[in-house]
Ligand binder design. Structure first.
Ligand SMILES: [Zn+2]
Length: 113
């Protein structure tokens, strides 16, 4: 399960921010998981408290926002949702699409004391 190593990286990223902001406690952490990021919600929900143990993030509220895959179609110009394994424009079904969102696993919010 690679979610645990991602959670450990996430905590390291958060701790760096806390150091800079001189924060002493982390109240909540918000992340976004793209449909094509390869990160699964449930293992991540399990991994975060594991990775947060004995860190400033221990006990923090962990919030996950799921970001659907969206693509821009180079054939018809439409921006549409897309099923990850299909990778086609929802409107004209052309495969000449670029990903707009849904590829990343990102830290999107942090509440500290
Ligand atoms: Zn199209």
């Amino acid at each position: 399960m690679h979610e645990l190593s991602l959670a450990v990286d996430l905590i390291a990223q958060i701790e760096k921010i806390c150091e800079r902001e001189k924060a002493t406690r982390i109240l909540s952490v918000k992340v976004s998981i793209g449909a094509m990021s390869g990160v699964e919600r449930e293992p991540m929900e399990f991994a975060f408290p594991e990775a947060a143990r004995h860190t400033l993030a221990e006990g923090a509220v962990f919030e996950i926002e799921e970001v659907p895959l969206r693509v821009h179609c180079n054939a018809c110009g439409a921006d549409t949702k897309c099923v990850p394994h299909l990778m086609r424009c929802e409107k004209c079904l052309d495969a000449a699409v670029d990903i707009i969102s849904g590829r990343d696993f990102l830290l999107t919010g942090l509440e500290v004391l």
